[in-house]
Write a protein of this length. Sequence first.
Length: 315
Amino acid sequence: MFKVSRELFGYCILVLASVGLASCNNLSSPVFGSQTHDSLGNKVDESVLLRPRLHDKWDSLRRNLIVFTVDSLNPVSIKVQKQKLKDSLRREYDKMPKHIYLTFDDGPLVGSKAIDSLAKSKNIKVNAFVVGRHATFGKYRQRDLAQFLENPLVAVYNHSYTHGFNRLTTFYRDSQVAFDDFKKNESTITMSSKVARLPGRNIWMYDDERKIDVANATPTADLLYKDGYKIFGWDVEWRIVSQTGVPTLPLETVYNRLVNFMNNKSSKEPNNVVFLMHDDMFQTKAGAKLLNDLVDKLIAQGYRFEFMEDYPIRY
């Protein structure tokens, strides 16, 4: 886990101070602390101070130190001050390592072997969200799961035992039954950590973070979270027609989307992008080549490949 350096911390304070001084022309009150009056002694509308300060995902670097004030003589909008602060923080994040999480759902399936081989050949970390029932589909699926479990570059996480037999509305209707399905997967397969992804749901529950996409899965997610699980969704998804290896999005499009998410800090956590794919995307040589080509481009960008159990890496 990275910690913000004193130099970076001091830089942010200097930037903010300069924003405050520029807007106040040395006449307004400071932009730090709890001051709520402007340079003429008029109290600022407190509702302004209660507005969200930037975005929660910036908090680890920003440290919640800032309360903006208004200078009646030389007004600069709070919106402008916030944008300047956000821009300065983005520049600081750009100087830091960028972390990507390659996640593959629904294995072991045809295509899992290519993922295992990719991790070994590229020496990168990957994340497999596995479905225990799929390991019962024959000796080759058992072999694929065994290879995942034996490979230190593959983290194996919980994606339920049955995947709800792909009838997800029914699956989540009884949260206890769905929870028990995850627990069966846990007892059947040795997981790397208590990390889960809900089938068909982009739900996040970790630390104090909570993001729900489809509400009917919330009770199941709550039970898993109470049981000690961290639950992760995804920022960017890529699908390929598994029978042909033809992507639903061209390689360049999905690559640019990943880079834009990273550069714009538009992922769930700045400098951390979670990328979702599925094992059966890579059962053909064409699909496996696309995956290799994409990873080569990400390596060229200098991205660091991480395990989901370490998410998020903050500074």
